[in-house]
Ligand binder design. Structure first.
Ligand code: HXC
Length: 273
């Protein structure tokens, strides 16, 4: 798989190359396209990253590619066989991260499952599957990381979406899950900020070359999708990387309980691709 960001993100970007030096980020769904680019951005700016997921081969490959990119062999720790639906799996992943790096400063709760299905054909178990991965998995991630975040006075970023802002057809389970994630983030923002922890969400729109966009669109739809987006283009992985870095950076130190929508203004049009 080609690398998705490169040093130009650092050299041409607005960020100091050592912005996150000495910091550690814990990322669930770390080999998925959105989370991978978030991991790359944080590591390019000096952080170490624990990438947590189910598939051992994908986790190893992703970590070794990112380590090669930054020429730091210990920059990434692959943690596989972790299903975020199981709290014990996530707790074990946190344990491995602390054993390797000694701290966790930032958390990205990004593990997600989704499919296109109309309500009439949606089984209770199908609904439960998405809610369990996306919403319960996000809760498990935050819960397991909280002791470490209390020590580091860190921050969490949940990966949300815009599906629940209006009635998007065939996206019921993920819309319900992401609405819950926004609510969970707001709750954490209020309860844990007095202890120094910030909680925010990022809500990507139509981001080119990602798993989510491939699942929800067809190649012949792309030109029309672009015209429907006020900024007249698809989002890029770099757009997600920039927003992620901003929300973890000191520039966002007073931003807490916010959902940063990165969709070129699309949800305001009331349509989805
Ligand atoms: C209807 C479906 C279905 C489909 C599965 N099910 N796929 N129903 N349409 N396409 C039903 C099954 O029939 C079953 O119900 C229930 O869901 C559980 O299915 P399993 O395969 O047993 O579940 P599991 O192995 O746990 O898989 C979970 C999953 C799967 C969500 C269904 O797709 C998955 O693991 N996905 C992870 C990767 C992924 O989805 N990434 C997408 C990320 S992109 P019954 O009743 O038969 O038992 C993304 C975009 C977000 O999330 C938006 C960004 C903007």
């Amino acid at each position: 798989m080609p690398l998705t960001l490169n040093e130009s993100f650092v050299i041409d970007g607005s960020w100091k190359p050592d912005l996150f030096k000495g910091k550690v980020v814990f990322i669930t769904g770390g080999s998925g396209t959105i989370c991978r680019v978030q991991a790359e951005a944080m590591v390019l700016l000096g952080a170490n990253a624990a990438l947590v997921g189910r598939d051992p081969v994908k986790m190893e490959e992703t970590c070794s590619e990112i380590c090669s990119l930054v020429k730091r062999k210990d920059a990434c720790l692959p943690i596989a066989n972790c299903d975020v639906r199981n709290y014990n799996d996530v707790e074990e992943a946190v344990h491995q991260t602390l054993k390797k790096y000694g701290r966790i400063d930032y958390v990205i709760a990004g593990a997600a499952g989704n499919f296109i299905c109309d309500f009439m054909n949606l089984s209770p178990n199908a609904f439960k599957s998405v809610i369990s991965i996306d919403l319960l998995g996000s809760f498990n991630t935050m819960k397991a990381c909280t002791p470490a975040l209390l020590k580091s006075k860190g921050a969490i970023l949940f990966v949300s979406a815009t599906f629940h802002y209006y009635g998007v057809p065939f996206q019921g389970p993920v819309g319900a899950a992401k609405a819950g994630i926004d609510a969970l983030s707001n709750n954490i923002a209020v309860e844990l900020a007095p202890f120094g922890i910030r909680s925010n969400c990022i809500a990507p729109g139509a981001i080119d070359d990602t798993e989510g966009f491939k699942r929800l669109s067809k190649p012949e739809m792309v030109q029309n999708v672009k015209k429907m987006i006020p900024l007249q283009r698809l989002g890029s992985k770099k757009d997600i990387a920039e927003a992620t870095v901003f929300l973890f950076s000191p520039a966002a130190s007073y931003i807490n309980g916010h959902v940063l929508v990165v969709d070129g203004g699309m949800w305001h049009t009331g349509t989805l691709f």
